[in-house]
Each structure stands twice: as C-alpha cells, then as structure tokens.
Design a protein around this ligand. Structure first.
Ligand code: NAP
Length: 525
C-alpha cells in the first residue's frame, strides 16, 4: 500500500491544512517518508459532521450486516500484516515479529466483536409484557434495548500502535456498538496509522456503509484533540496515554455545555505481592518472571509489573538474585519516542532521589533513545513514606520492595492508588494472609492474578482492563475484552409499542433469536 500521508475523512483523502510532519525511526534517528498531513479544527468538524450523518443508518444496520463488516476489517488487516508489521517496526524500533502477533490479536478482536454483534446479547434486550389485568393497576408493555451513543472519538495510544491504536480494541468495540468512529492518530506512528486507516476505510466502502462511519485525522499539538473533544456532535471519547493528557481531556469534556463520557486509561504499576510460602517455594522463579515480563515492549506497557513486594525471609535473596540476573542480561532497546525515553530517564532519577537503590542494570545504552533495563530496591517503610515510589515509571525498570512482615505488606497494599491489575503469589500455607490481602486488592484494581503474571493479557469475555482512578477515569467500564462495547451504549425503554414499530430484537417471536430477558427469565425463544 502506498502511503500518501493524507488524512482520511470519510471516503476522502485530505491533504494538509495545518503543516506536515515526518515519522521518526527511533532506532536510527532518521526521518521516514512521506510527509504526513496535519489538520485542524475544520478537519475535526468535517469528520464529526460525516460521523453524525452516518449515525442514523449505521446504528440501524442489521446485526448480521454489522458483524460481516467487522469480519471484513479483520480479513483486510491480516492481508496487510507483512507491510503493516514492517512499517510499525520502522516507526517504533520494536521487532516486526512482535507486530505480526499484535495484528493477529487485533484481527481476532474484530472477529470476536463480530460474534458479539451476531449474538446480540450486548443489546440486553428485555421484554416485560403487558399485564392488563394486574391489580391494583395494569402494567403496560415495557421493552428495553441498548442503543449506541453516537460518534466516538478515539485517541490512539503510542505504545501498542495496532491493538490500542487505529484498528485496536477501542475502534472494534465502538464500531460493534453501532457508533461511527473518528480516530485521532498518535504522531509516534503515522504510517502505521495510515495503513490501518485505509484498511477500515476500504471495508466501510466495500460493505456499502455510509462513508462517515470511519475517519482518521492527525494534528500538531493539542489543538486537534481539543477540537475533537469540544465538538458538539461527539458523544464519547476514549484515550490511552498519560495521566496529565487523559485528565486534561476528561476535564475539558466535563466543562462542555453538554458533558460527555471520556474513558481514559492512564497509569498503573500493577503491583505483585509475594507471600512468605510462595517466596520460600518459588522465589527465584518469581524474581526472574517479573524481571523478564517488565522488559516486554521495552517496559512500555500498561500492564508492566513495575513493583514487586516480598516479605523478607526465606527465598528473598533467591528472588533478588534471579531478578538481578534477568535485568543484567537484557540489552538496552530503542524506546518509542525521544520524549518517552527522556521521561523514563527522569523517572528513574526520581526513584533514586526518593530512597530507591539501583541493584541491577543491563548493558549501558549505546544509542540515544535506548532504554536501559534497571532494577531498584527499597523498603516497605520507604514506599509508605514516599508516594512517588508508588507511581508509574514507563520503561524497562522494576522496583523491588523488601517488606518486614505481612502486616507491612498489607499496609503498602492499602497505600496504592487504583490499578489495572494486581498479582499475588501464594501457596496453601499463605491462605490466611491471602484472604486478608484479597479485599484490599479488590478495592484497588480491576484484575487480580494469582500465581501467574499480569502479562500477557487475554482479550476475551472475562477480560477486565480498568480500575479505580488513576488507572482509568471510570472503573465501571473495561477498555479491553468483549464488555468494552458497554462504554458506547445506553438503555432505551419502548413502552406500549405496536409490534411493527418495535426494533427487531424486541419484536414478538424474537425473529433474531437474540438472548432476551422475558419477564425476568433469560431465553432465546
Ligand atoms: P500522551 O502524551 O498522554 O498523549 C496521548 C495522546 O493524547 C496523543 O495523541 C496526544 O496528542 C493527545 N493529548 C495528550 N494531551 C492532550 C491535551 N492536553 N490536549 C489534546 N490532546 C492531548 O501519551 P503518550 O504520548 O503516549 O506518552 C507519554 C507518556 O504517557 C508516557 O511516557 C507514559 O508515561 C504515559 N503512557 C502510559 C500508558 C499506559 O498505558 N499506562 C500508555 C501510553 C503512555 P499529541 O501527541 O499530538 O500531543
């Protein structure tokens, strides 16, 4: 596919109106062709007007037709896997093979959402039939289904340029809900974004859908993002990135005359708690396991296990030595952008200034934006005293915390802010401590892992990728997994309707055979 660098607004390829940029190969520092267009408020307006025009027809597509469109996106993504992976590798410095996996995962996500759409369970179709003879008052016929919110703006993430970006889970779930999508591409990977954008644009056209179902735009600085969030036609926003950026956009959306939901996924250290029995039995295995997973994607992952807490005692030295060995053998690798690299360097300095000691380091970086693998150690007392030690370091570092006893471990657990995930390693002998730790974790996280690691993550029906603030801005909704569709839906009751005016999923005889709650009982009849 030939990259043109244009914005994709509906079916049109639109040239720059606000300057251009070139992609950067972070491994070499060289700029990549072609020039990529920046748009401004006028392009945001054009994309959102088209999305709004598309809404009435797209939100009423039959379930089979919408599912077929999602399957087509998946097929087309797989058809460009080689070139998409190669471009993503150039723009990130990460291996192409990794992206082949990420593209497969994104295609699978689109296909799973196609199944979700066909099954129609997401509609939560509900039928409370009329009870004309009920005493003392009759009941009218009440039927409920979920409807899509309207145009959704998606801020693609820098760190997973496919699965959390243009053709990622946010886009798949919003399209599955029946909401048109406008993606604000991340400037760290413009070519990778264009390839995915063209794939979806083609699928929209081949499916005979309104062109406004999908647009991809890009801009310089905050102007374009602000214009998108302020636009009167946008109904919801998703964002993956920094706490500062996410909260700026969240606050902006709440200050609109008509506030809209903003689902931000921002920051998490994914603490791992090693209880004494597990430490004695498997200390070395856990230390090596955490240190190696923290290197995945050069530590630029929302689920990176960044903080490892273990009670001082049998197994601790083995855990520590294994973690050091793992970190020391890991070469420094290119980080996604110069800015992310510089933030990493500042953040590990912050650890050092606040009472963490460097106990392990990979080989010294030879290139400008390589992130060095690092292991730090501190005490439970220090982590309790210094909140900044409990904050995210985006990059390949781990903080090992030596706690004095289970009481201190529980105190540190209580001190954490909201998290995407938390992990506990426990043997049967740890049961009493585990039962005390679990409710503390439940209050602070969206996913609790036992005797495994926070990564890799499954994209499935049981997946939860959310957590109390600041992990996200709304812990009621997951951004990964099949329930991510719920972010873009709202319930409507249809009261006293004649059958031929009802939406198809609510009609008598259940012509679509979707799961429904009829008088409180689940059925497909
Ligand atoms: P970011 O700076 O928060 O930017 C994410 C996206 O939001 C970009 O498209 C950015 O546009 C836009 N944006 C940010 N602030 C905005 C504002 N005030 N108004 C309008 N648009 C705004 O995140 P990033 O570039 O991906 O990485 C920076 C840092 O974020 C990392 O060092 C890391 O700490 C954190 N991060 C965390 C995760 C995680 O999952 N925990 C993932 C990614 C990043 P522009 O690029 O055009 O400014």
């Amino acid at each position: 596919m030939k990259l043109t660098g244009e914005l994709l607004i509906g079916a049109a390829s639109v040239p720059a109106t606000a300057g251009t940029m070139k992609a950067l190969d972070p491994a070499t520092g060289e700029h990549l062709e072609p020039d990529f267009a920046f748009g401004g408020a006028a392009e945001a307006d054009r994309a959102l007007r088209l999305a709004d025009e598309a809404f009435d027809s797209y939100s009423h597509t039959g379930l089979a037709e919408r599912a077929a469109f999602l399957d087509l996106v998946a097929d087309k993504l797989e058809a460009v896997k080689g070139e998409l992976a190669a471009r993503a590798s150039l723009e990130t410095g990460l291996p192409a093979a990794q992206f082949e996996g990420e593209i497969t995962r994104s295609a699978a996500t689109f296909r799973k959402f196609a199944v979700v759409v066909r099954q129609g369970r997401f509609l939560q179709a509900t039928v409370d039939p009329a009870q004309p003879d009920r005493q003392p008052t009759p009941r009218m016929d009440h039927r409920l289904q979920k409807v899509p919110l309207g145009p959704v703006v998606i801020f693609g993430a820098s760190n997973f340029p496919v699965s959390y970006s243009v053709a990622g889970g946010d886009t798949a779930s919003a399209l599955a809900s029946g909401s048109p999508v406008v993606v604000k591409a991340h400037n760290a990977h413009p070519g990778t974004s264009e390839i995915q954008g063209r794939v979806i644009q083609e699928a929209v056209a081949e499916s005979g859908l309104h062109e406004g179902v999908f647009s991809l735009i890009r801009g310089a600085g905050n102007e374009i993002g602000e214009a998108l969030v302020d636009h009167p036609l946008v109904r919801a926003v998703t964002f993956t990135g920094s706490e500062g950026g996410g909260m700026a956009l969240y606050r902006r959306a709440q200050q609109r005359p008509d506030p809209i939901p903003v689902f931000t996924e921002m920051t998490s250290v994914n603490p791992t708690f090693v209880l004494p029995g597990a430490l004695a039995a498997r200390g070395a295995e856990i230390g090596a396991g955490i240190a190696s997973r923290a290197q995945y994607n050069v530590g630029q992952a929302c689920l990176k296990p960044a903080i490892l807490l273990a009670v001082d005692g049998p197994g601790f030295e083995e855990l520590r030595a294994a973690a050091i060995a793992e970190v020391e053998k890991t070469a420094a690798r290119t980080m996604l952008t110069p800015a992310i690299h510089d933030t990493y360097v500042r953040n590990v300095q912050r650890l050092e200034e606040n009472g963490a000691t460097r106990i392990g380091a990979g080989p010294t970086p030879v290139r400008g934006w390589d992130g060095q693998s690092l292991l730090y150690e501190t005490t439970g007392e220090q982590v309790l005293a210094e909140p900044s030690l409990r904050e995210e370091v985006f990059g390949p570092s781990v903080l090992l915390v030596r706690v004095t006893d289970v009481e201190q471990l529980l105190a540190v657990a209580r001190a954490f802010r909201g998290q995407l995930s938390a992990t506990m390693h426990a043997e049967p002998s740890d049961r009493a401590a585990a039962l005390r730790l679990l409710p503390i974790l439940e209050r602070r996280t969206g996913r609790i892992v036992v005797n495994a690691f926070s990564m890799p993550q499954e994209v499935s029906y049981g997946t939860v990728h959310t957590g109390p603030f600041p992990a996200t801005s709304d812990s009621r909704f997951t951004s990964v997994g099949m329930n991510a569709i719920d972010r873009f839906l709202r319930p409507v009751t249809y009261q006293g309707f004649p059958d031929d005016l009802l939406p198809e999923p609510l009609r008598e005889g259940n012509p679509l055979h979707v799961w429904r709650l009829v008088d409180g009982e689940p059925t497909r009849d």
